[in-house]
Design a protein around this ligand. Structure first.
Ligand code: MG
Length: 159
């Protein structure tokens, strides 16, 4: 069986008054991610994990932030393009696991909505989509609420 694994990591700075979008869900908060796109750090990490599994580079190569057409773009559209590429290359997504690190707000109330949204966008069952959240116990940039990071792992299986 031909299987591929990929990992992804992304970070965005937080600033007052911006929208906070994680896994395609808008989370009510006083701060949001500074970005060329909608700043969905979780989806960016997932995209990079998929691209990494197939050694296709990274999200910055596919969707350069110098390109005006990606300004403010809904990152679920980027993920859909990556999924199309994955399927074109002959693979299906087996499962996704990601961990979002941020100090505040508590993400637990939004986790299930994030999993539903990701399962819709990727086109796989919800029990194949894991979204976890952690604080960093006030340590580092996440702990100081200067930024948010996400790590992601995906498994791809040949069609
Ligand atoms: Mg990013």
């Amino acid at each position: 069986m031909d299987i591929r694994i990929g990992c992804g990591y992304d970070v965005h700075a937080l600033a007052d008054g911006l929208r906070l979008v994680l896994c395609g869900i808008e989370v009510p908060h006083t701060k949001g991610c500074v970005a060329h796109s909608d700043g969905d750090v979780a989806i960016h990490a997932i995209c990079d994990a998929m691209l990494g599994a197939l050694a296709l580079g990274d999200i910055g190569k596919l969707f350069p932030d110098s390109d005006a057409k990606y300004k403010g773009i809904d990152s679920t559209l980027l993920l859909k393009e990556v999924i199309e590429l994955v399927r074109y290359k002959g693979y299906d997504v087996s499962n996704i696991d990601c961990t979002i690190a941020m100090q505040r707000p508590k993400l637990r109330p939004h986790i299930d909505a994030m999993r539903v949204r990701l399962s819709e966008v990727v086109g796989i069952a919800i029990d194949r989509v894991s979204v976890k959240a952690t604080t960093t116990e006030h340590l580092g940039f996440e702990g100081r609420e200067e930024g948010v990071s996400t790590t992601a792992v995906v498994l791809l299986i040949a069609q």
